[in-house]
Design a binder for this molecule. Structure first.
Ligand SMILES: Cc1cc2nc3c(=O)[nH]c(=O)nc-3n(C[C@H](O)[C@H](O)[C@H](O)COP(=O)(O)O)c2cc1C
Ligand SMILES: CCCCC(=O)C(=O)O
Length: 375
């Protein structure tokens, strides 16, 4: 086999070799998967406007947020059940992120526990670049318990996922209902009762376990007051994930959110929602520098990250590329994936004439659709 040279190569490898149950779960989007594809394709509608003769012998890729410094503005997004990709799952991912000094965000629905992930992130609390993605359970005590465990374990931020009152309609999961492999557990929340429910779902029913799990456990009645509530029970910064409009960005400010992740959940929730790179400018404008804005969805190359930063993002997150790297070769595979994307990003900076991330701004990007509309 030829050497892996891109995230696309890792994706191709996973699509050819990963078992159907895991692949369907990881790769699918909702309905016709229009948003899923558009997240990726939209980056190609933007072009980088490079500047030349700018001395790029040293290129500084570091960024800061919430008092933390990261070596690259490209982080790992929360994705559930990573042990289906590799036995080391989340632990391999966080080790790799930690080694590269970037943020790893842990899903509530993980197959390694909050405590195990914290331990894998190293001994020194200050060095742990881990953020916890929170789903709010119907049971408030359970929710508070998750937050407190994350705090005790040295997580540095809470990411409140706001776009998932119900799970999106993912057709591969409806056609061939997803089953969590029997040797895996949802380590943060699994009780004996959930264990039994899972087993029964696996053996019989022709319904999506995911949709059912969500309906039974996750609170669809959240409002902006829940941002206030989460802020009242934690001293950690709270980011709202799943914002796509200026209206909601302003509400984030009003309700005291500390950060925003522009996200459509990797095209897994509302299909035909806008691509995240298209939604980013209106959110950035509405926030006007008051809190950091991040983006996830469709980031596959260093140039994609560069474009998001040019449009005002502080950093981006990658979801599926982590899973493809993990499946390829555990921690080494995630290392390979990050090394590729980081090299692409650094080179994109150098070839655009940006010696520091601070130099990247709107003057480095053009939207090809606007050029054509002027003709
Ligand atoms: C397999 C999978 C599982 C995911 N699980 C979660 C989750 O548990 N919580 C969450 O907030 N987002 C979850 N996401 C969404 C990601 O955090 C992120 O928004 C998305 O993957 C970004 O798009 P990308 O995969 O194109 O990079 C998941 C995404 C995937 C692909
Ligand atoms: C029940 C697990 C849901 C995780 C999730 O957010 C996703 O699959 O997109």
């Amino acid at each position: 086999m030829s050497k892996i040279a891109s995230v696309q190569d890792l994706e191709d490898h996973a699509k050819a070799n990963l078992d159907k149950n895991a692949l369907n779960y990881y790769s699918s989007g909702s309905q016709d998967m229009i948003t899923l594809q558009d997240n990726v394709n939209a980056f190609d509608r933007y072009q980088i406007r490079p500047r030349v003769l700018r001395n790029v012998s040293n290129v500084d890729t570091k960024v800061s947020a919430f008092g933390l410094t990261f070596d690259y503005p490209i982080f790992i997004a929360a994705s559930a059940m990573q042990k289906m990709a590799h036995p080391d799952g989340e632990l391999a991912s966080v080790r790799s992120a930690n080694k590269h000094n970037v943020c790893y965000s842990l899903s509530t629905i993980s197959t390694s526990s909050i405590e195990e992930v914290s331990e894998a992130a190293g001994q020194v609390t200050d060095n742990k670049k881990i953020w916890f993605q929170l789903y709010i359970y119907n049971d408030k005590h359970k929710t508070i318990d998750l937050i407190k465990r994350a705090e005790r374990a040295g997580f540095k931020a809470i990411i409140l996922t706001a776009d998932t009152p119900y799970i999106g309609r993912r057709l591969p999961d409806i056609r061939d209902p997803f089953m969590i492999p029997s040797h895996l557990k949802l380590k943060n929340i699994q009780t004996e009762k959930i264990g039994e429910a899972e087993t029964s779902t696996q053996s019989s029913e022709n319904a999506s376990w995911l949709a059912r799990y969500f309906k039974e456990n996750i609170n669809p009645g959240l409002t902006w007051d829940d941002v206030t509530w989460i802020k009242s029970v934690t001293s950690l910064p709270v980011l709202v994930k799943g914002v796509l409009t200026a209206e909601d960005a302003k509400l984030c400010l009003q309700y005291g959110a500390d950060g925003i992740i522009v996200s459509n959940h990797g095209g897994r929730q509302l299909d035909t929602a806008p691509a995240t790179i298209d939604a980013l400018p209106e959110v950035v404008r509405a926030v006007n520098g008051k809190i950091p804005v991040f983006l996830d969805g469709g980031v596959r190359r260093g140039t994609d990250a560069f474009k998001a930063l040019a449009l005002g993002a502080t950093a981006v997150f990658m979801g599926r590329p982590n899973l493809w790297g993990l499946f390829y070769d555990g921690e080494n595979g995630v290392d390979l994936m990050l090394d590729i994307v980081f090299e692409e990003f650094k080179l994109a900076m150098a070839l655009s004439g940006c010696a520091s991330v601070k130099d990247i701004n709107e003057s480095y990007i053009q939207d090809s659709r606007h050029i054509f509309s002027k003709l």
